[in-house]
Design a protein around this ligand. Sequence first.
Ligand code: ACO
Length: 350
Amino acid sequence: MPAKIIGTGSALPGLVVTNKELEQIMDTTDEWISSRTGIRKRHIAVEETTTSMAIKASETAVKKAGIRPEEIDLIIVGTVSGDKYFPSTACQIQEALSAQNAVAFDVNAACAGFLFGMTIADAYFQAGRADTALIVGAETLSKMVDWKDRSTCVLFGDGAGAAVVRKEDSGILHIVQGADGARGSALSCDSRPVNSPFARKPFTKEFFAADSLSEGSCADKPFRKDFYADPLPAPDYLKMDGQEVFRFAVRTVPKAVQQVLAEAGILPDEVKYFFLHQANIRIIEAVAKKLAQPMEKFPTNLQRCGNISAASVPILLDHVNREGNLQKGDKIVLAGFGAGLTWGAAVLTW
Ligand code: ACO
């Protein structure tokens, strides 16, 4: 599958919050967070938004790729924390970049979002529907977590990463992806409930009480007379069964990586770097062990960035690329896994 990453970019918010600083505002410790996850600090959006960071990362990736925005045929953004339900983050990037010839849309595959974007772009290339794609992972998880739930809020950070991928003679060698909706409840965040005058009060005792419904002016339709006096329901926040997610990751990711390498006819020893989704250092160590590969081949930035869901793989890729550690011809693996449950792995030549 001929396609190559020709430019990368990333953007992180200016505010850095350390574990020690979190100790001052909640019942947690640097020791608890760092020993269980490896995370020591994270960037938290203040003025920045998912869209503004996505645009910044995209502008850098396009500049580094040395292409004009009009050459982009496809913009795909992996995100679960877009600033708007619509228009999509991808369409907002399109406008900001003046990439008027692109088709633009978002995908929701959580922490596997960037890998899903790569897979879709690859399929567009193979079908002859695109030559140049901008793939972005962008998240503001700090607005999705409950800052009163110490078991989740300490894990996440904000940021965006982007890559320009172009149809070429070499590059993406193989991609696999998967989903298991049956285990989706391990990691979830509900959308806003139906809250019209005709809906029963959501998530309250009254939900089940027939007498909360009374006939209003809407003929025979149930109608909540108190609807306009009620405050809007509070938004829902991210919920996670940490141990279930841990088990899923350490079982699924090594299998996906082994599968993508085997199907591409490449040995793990031939791979220079494995860029894994930055959820937790213990997950990365477990994957390294199962693949019998040294930790030096697994670059990490979760210590200073935390878990940035769909943005974590492209941000890490950009950091390693900017440090000059990727040479032409290097074989690398990218792997993402997360809510859905979803996962994806790709092997490519730099
Ligand atoms: N500070 C101090 N104590 C805490 C904190 C905190 N921030 N959070 C939870 N605790 C306490 C709990 O209350 C509990 O106390 P108790 O025993 O008195 O009840 C104790 O620590 C243990 O809690 P567990 O949830 O059992 O902790 P566990 O050892 O499972 O570690 C963790 C939690 C780090 C999330 C672990 O399950 C894990 O690594 N899971 C992987 C999932 C992951 O990385 N998710 C990231 C997002 S998903 C993704 O990106 C794919």
